[in-house]
Design a protein around this ligand. Structure first.
Ligand SMILES: NC(=O)c1ccc[n+]([C@@H]2O[C@H](COP(=O)([O-])OP(=O)(O)OC[C@H]3O[C@@H](n4cnc5c(N)ncnc54)[C@H](O)[C@@H]3O)[C@@H](O)[C@H]2O)c1
Length: 378
C-alpha cells in the first residue's frame, strides 16, 4: 500500500481553535495500538500570521503559509484539514479538491444547502476521499448506545432524541464573533454550528426525517462589538426540530433534534436517548462514564454501567480510565485516515459528503418551517 495512505502528510488550513487540536492528536499518535496509519502534520496555513506561531513548537511542521494557494501547490501534502469560518468553506474546500488533495472538512460543509451540494458534487467528480468532522460518535458511551440500538434489543422504537447544548451565550456581555453572524455562520445559525453533531448518528442509523416542525429562537439580537459599541447578532440561538421518521414496519416515530447555545446548566452536553418497548439507552457527556440502559420488566428501572476507555481504536491507556475530547478527536482522525486507507473495518466512520448534504436539507426545511410556522415535508 502506498505511503501516502499509510503515512499521510497532513496540512491544516485555519490555525484557530480546531486547527491546533490536530497537532495535539498527532503528537501522541503512538498511544494508539491498532491503528494502521501514522499521519504526520507537515504544514499549517492561516491568513493571520501570528496564529502560525503556536505551531512552531510542533517538530514535524515544515511549511508555514499565509496563503492557502501557496500551501496547496506543495507536493509533499496528501491530506488537508480545513477549519475556517463557514462562509469560506466552499471556496477553500474546492481549492483543496482541485489541488488533488484529500480533505477532512469541518461542519457544516458549506454555508448552506446549495454550497454543500456543489462541494459534494465536486468530491464525486474528482474522486477525492472526503469526510466531515464529527467526533462525538467516537465516545465510548456513544459507541455503546449505537451498538445497543443496532442490537435489536429495543423492540419497537418509541422515541429518539439527540441534543447538543451550550450555555455560554447566556451572558449578554459576551462579544460578537463570526459564529453569531449570518453572513459568516450562515442563515441556519446554531444548526450550522452544532447541527451535524446531533443529526450524524440518527442519519447514519437510517433515521431520516420525512417531516419536521422547527422551533427556532433568537434571544439576544445584538452583542458588544469589542470596540465599545454593539453589533447585530442575527443568528438563530436555539433550535428544536420535531421530526417524524419511518422505520421498517414502524411509521411515524418521533425524532427530536436539539441544538442550543442557550441551555442553562449545559457546557458542551451531547446527549442521545433511544426508547423502545423492550429496552432503551441514554447517554450524556454530562455523566461521561455512565451508560444508562433499561430492559422492560415489572419495575421501571435504569441500569447504570460505569464505562471505561472503550474507544474504537485501542490505545495504551488502561481500560478503566476516562476518555475526553482530545481522545475522541484522535479516534475520529484515526477513523478518517483508516477509512481512507481502506482499513476501517466495521468501525464507525466520519460523516460523508452525502450525509453532510442531508444535514443541510434538514436545516433548509427547518428555516422553511420557521418562516411559514408549519410542518414541512422533506
Ligand atoms: N468538530 C468540532 O467539534 C468543532 C468545534 C468548533 C468548531 N468547529 C468548526 O471548525 C471550523 C473553524 O472553527 P474554529 O472554532 O476553529 O474557528 P476559529 O475562529 O477559532 O479559527 C478559524 C481560523 O481560520 C483562519 N482563517 C480565516 N480565513 C482563512 C483563510 N482564507 N485561510 C486560512 N485561514 C483562515 C482564522 O484566521 C482563524 O485562525 C468551523 O467550520 C466550525 O464550525 C468544529
Amino acid at each position: 500500500m502506498s505511503s501516502s495512505l499509510l503515512t499521510p502528510r497532513v496540512a491544516v488550513i485555519g490555525a484557530g481553535l480546531m486547527g491546533r487540536e490536530v497537532a495535539s492528536a498527532f503528537g501522541r499518535w503512538f498511544s494508539l495500538l491498532d491503528c494502521p496509519v501514522r499521519p504526520e502534520l507537515v504544514a499549517v496555513c492561516d491568513v493571520n500570521a501570528a496564529a502560525l506561531d503556536w505551531f512552531r513548537q510542533v517538530p514535524t511542521v515544515r511549511h508555514f503559509d499565509t496563503d492557502h494557494k501557496v500551501m496547496l501547490a506543495r507536493a509533499d501534502i496528501d491530506v488537508v484539514y480545513v477549519a475556517v469560518p463557514h462562509h469560506l468553506h466552499e471556496a477553500l474546500y474546492l481549492d483543496v479538491l482541485r489541488a488533488g488533495k484529500d480533505l477532512l472538512a469541518e461542519k457544516p460543509f458549506g454555508i448552506d444547502l446549495a454550497a454543500a451540494t456543489r462541494i459534494r458534487d465536486e468530491c464525486v467528480k474528482l474522486g477525492r476521499f472526503v469526510r466531515v468532522s464529527s467526533e462525538f460518535p467516537f465516545l465510548p458511551g456513544a459507541q455503546r448506545a449505537i451498538a445497543y440500538a443496532r442490537s435489536g434489543s429495543l423492540g419497537k422504537i418509541l422515541s429518539i432524541r439527540n441534543s447538543f447544548l451550550h450555555s455560554s451565550d447566556l451572558d449578554p456581555t459576551k462579544p460578537i464573533n463570526w459564529k453569531r453572524q449570518n453572513k459568516f455562520c450562515g442563515e441556519a445559525g446554531v444548526m450550522n454550528d452544532l447541527g451535524l453533531h446531533v443529526a450524524h448518528v440518527p442519519l447514519r442509523m437510517g433515521w431520516k426525517p420525512k417531516r419536521l416542525y422547527a422551533q427556532l429562537q433568537k434571544i439576544y439580537t445584538e452583542r458588544p462589538d469589542g470596540k465599545g459599541g454593539m453589533a447585530p447578532c442575527d443568528t438563530w440561538d436555539n433550535a428544536s426540530l420535531h421530526c417524524t421518521v419511518d422505520l421498517p414496519g414502524q411509521p411515524d416515530v418521533p425524532l427530536t433534534l436539539e441544538m442550543k447555545r442557550m441551555s442553562p446548566t449545559d457546557t458542551n452536553s451531547w446527549e442521545i436517548e433511544i426508547l423502545g418497548t423492550d429496552g432503551g439507552v441514554r447517554y450524556s457527556t454530562k455523566l461521561p462514564k455512565t451508560l444508562l440502559t433499561f430492559t422492560r420488566g415489572k419495575e421501571q428501572t435504569w441500569s447504570a454501567t460505569d464505562l471505561g476507555f472503550g474507544t474504537p481504536f485501542k490505545t495504551i491507556t488502561g481500560g478503566i480510565f476516562e476518555p475526553g475530547f482530545p481522545d475522541i478527536l484522535m479516534q475520529m482522525w484515526a477513523a478518517y485516515l483508516a477509512e481512507r486507507a481502506g482499513q476501517l473495518g466495521d468501525r464507525f466512520g466520519c460523516a460523508t459528503p452525502d450525509e453532510a448534504v442531508a444535514h443541510h436539507e434538514l436545516w433548509a426545511a427547518a428555516l422553511h418551517s420557521q418562516a411559514e410556522q408549519r410542518v414541512v415535508t422533506l
